[in-house]
Design a protein around this ligand. Structure first.
Ligand SMILES: [Zn+2]
Length: 106
C-alpha cells in the first residue's frame, strides 16, 4: 500500500473545504500556448474550466491551480484585484497548513 499525498489533490480538498459553493473543472493540457494556466467562464453560465499546462513542474502547477481557483471564486470581473488576492492568499495559507508547512491557518 502507498499513502499517496498528492499536493494537487490536497489543494483540491482545501478549495472544496473553503469554498464549498463553487464548482469548476480542472484540465491538464499539453502544449498550452501562451500562458501557464487559464480560467474560462462559459457564456452559458456553466462551471468555469481551468486549464493548466501539463508540462509544468508540480510546484508550478500548484501555484497556477491556486491562482486560477482564486479566479473561480473572485469571478470574471475581479481580475487580480484585492478580492482575488485575498482569496489566493487564503487558499495558499490553508494549503500550507494542511501540508504541515505552516503552523496556523491564518
Ligand atoms: Zn490570473
Amino acid at each position: 500500500m502507498i499513502r499517496f499525498l498528492n499536493p494537487l489533490g490536497v489543494l483540491k480538498e482545501v478549495f472544496e473545504q473553503e469554498y464549498p459553493d463553487y464548482n469548476c473543472e480542472v484540465h491538464f493540457v499539453e502544449n498550452q500556448k501562451n500562458s501557464l494556466g487559464e480560467t474560462f467562464f462559459p457564456d452559458d453560465g456553466g462551471d468555469p474550466i481551468i486549464q493548466i499546462g501539463a508540462e509544468k513542474t508540480i510546484p508550478q502547477m500548484l501555484d497556477i491551480m491556486a491562482h486560477e481557483l482564486a479566479h473561480v471564486v473572485a469571478g470574471i470581473t475581479a481580475e487580480h484585484g484585492k478580492e482575488w488576492e485575498n482569496i489566493y492568499n487564503n487558499i495558499y495559507k490553508v494549503y500550507q497548513y494542511r501540508m504541515g508547512i505552516r503552523e496556523k491557518k491564518t
